[in-house]
Design a protein around this ligand. Structure first.
Ligand SMILES: [Zn+2]
Length: 484
């Protein structure tokens, strides 16, 4: 997902009422004639390649027999045909079956000291046949300045702009001074293990990337109230995830003689306790900085608040909690009970009742601390808690360092109007597996998305602006040249 995480932050939907409506589409293309011209040169070629790559139904599944493996191998073969220079110049290996790992060897001294990993994934979420797509979900149809189809934004679009940038740089004779790795996962959407395998492979070879860049944020229009320019939001951390089972036991038996506070009643009580007692809120550093930068580019009232964050922070933290679901998710651990189960028949008391809570762990907490807090909130020893799966939030990558400055300058070269800001993703990305080998992991795709585009992520009518694909190529060209 990742980009859907961007949708969550940029949601800030509660604020949107005060956002001037209107289509910024044409107005925010890069104004620098050079960048704009270059972007236009790359846009259509990138779009045509993306259109073809979308036609491969690379939907991964935890059930191996449901995976159309020929779609994955077909995608890999098409990639080789569409980007011949990349394949002639970079070393490629398959990881964990269908994950792709490329290495563009650096030519300078100490090529490994400032290496970078550029990431994307080419598996996609399914297309629901009941949804009424304007153009079929795997058509890659081009119309109205868009490429339509599943994966256009998440995340084949990002993959295409990375590949387009490298293909064009090779054509111009460019060779990087430092090693560049490309890691393209084949099972991100199912929280699969290919990215983890790629990170382990690199770790085993002693690779310590200077920087990692994966999907996540985007160049967002209509993201914040009073902010008339696009926001290039760069994820510097992501929340953790925990699937926690709540289980209660009862004697079973016939439902005609029920005991007081049986298994289902105690389970319901536990769920209501979690609903009524939210986790404590906090305002992490990246969100404070995000608000400050929004303030610098927006109206007086918001600037007043964000320039005096020290005074307003407690109030804002509280406001985030009540203003809307998305802003609340930015400032605290959230709990959603998603699955429940009791007995198998209407007239049978359950001997076991269970619920699964999907918990998104805020930065600063851990799986362990979240479980302890759930235990304290429920305050009932008869409710058994079992961690089904989970991982801690990522560390926060620095946003005052050379890597973030390089990202910012690549944004400036491709989207000169955009204001760059850090944020924390509420969704998970493959990049979490790389935080163990690199302290500077960022989550950002250089694709322009308005609110409607973001709403198409994991939903109906996913599409990407053709012009933005060209601009995305320019972003990665600048980044790669800046890496030296
Ligand atoms: Zn994704």
């Amino acid at each position: 997902m990742g980009a859907a995480g961007a949708a969550a932050v940029m949601g800030a939907r509660a604020f949107r009422a005060s956002t001037p409506a209107g289509d910024y589409g044409a107005a925010v293309e890069p104004s620098g004639a050079g960048a704009a011209g270059l972007a236009a040169d790359h846009a259509q070629a990138a779009a045509d390649k993306l259109s073809e790559l979308i036609t491969f139904r690379t939907v991964f599944s935890e059930h191996r027999d449901r995976i159309e493996l020929e779609q994955f191998t077909g995608f890999i073969d098409a990639l080789e045909r569409l980007y011949p220079r990349v394949h002639a110049t970079l070393g490629k290996e398959l990881v964990n079956g269908h994950g792709l790992l490329f290495r563009w060897p650096g030519s300078g001294p100490g090529a490994g000291t400032r290496s970078a990993v550029l990431m994307a994934h080419y598996d996609v979420v399914p297309v629901d046949e009941r949804d009424n797509w304007t153009h079929p979900g795997f058509s890659g149809h081009q119309e109205g300045g868009y490429v339509w189809g599943r994966g256009a934004l998440d995340d084949k679009g990002a993959l295409v702009v990375i590949m387009g940038a490298i293909e064009s740089l090779i054509e111009e004779g460019f060779t990087p001074a430092h090693d560049i790795f490309l890691s393209f996962g084949n099972n991100e959407e199912t929280a699969g293990d290919s990215a983890e395998a790629a990170a382990a492979l690199l770790a085993g070879r002693g690779v310590k990337p200077w920087m990692v860049l994966d999907e996540g944020g985007a160049v967002a229009l209509e993201a914040f109230p009073g902010l008339a320019v696009p926001a290039a939001v760069v994820g510097v951390a992501e929340k953790g995830i925990l699937d926690l089972e709540l289980l209660t036991r009862g004697a079973g038996g016939h439902a005609s003689t029920p005991p007081r506070m049986g298994a289902t009643a105690r389970l319901a009580q536990a769920i209501m306790a979690l609903e009524e007692t939210p986790f404590p809120a906090s305002m992490p550093g990246p969100i404070v900085e995000m608000l400050r930068r929004i303030g610098l580019h927006s109206g007086f009232a918001l600037r007043l608040v964000t320039e005096n964050m020290w005074a307003f922070k407690p109030l804002l933290t509280q406001a985030f909690g009540v203003v809307g679901d998305e802003t609340r998710a930015l400032t605290r651990t959230t709990v959603a009970v998603t699955m429940m189960e009791g007995s198998k028949a209407a007239n049978v008391l359950p001997s076991i009742a269970r619920a699964t809570a999907n918990i998104r762990i805020a930065v600063g907490e851990t799986v362990e601390s979240a479980v302890e807090r759930v235990r304290a909130i429920i305050d009932d020893e008869s409710v058994e808690l079992t961690v089904l799966s989970g991982h801690d939030p990522s560390p926060i990558s620095d946003f005052g360092n050379e890597q973030f400055a390089l990202l910012s300058s690549a944004v400036a070269a491709s989207y000169p109007e955009a204001v760059v800001m850090p944020y924390i993703q509420t969704g998970a990305t493959d990049s979490r597996h790389f935080t163990s080998i690199c302290p500077a992991v960022y989550r950002f795709s250089p694709l322009l998305m308005d609110a409607a585009d973001r709403a198409s992520l994991h939903a109906v009518n996913e599409r990407v602006r053709i012009s933005s694909l060209g601009t995305g190529v320019v972003f990665y060209r600048e980044l790669l040249k800046g890496l030296g």
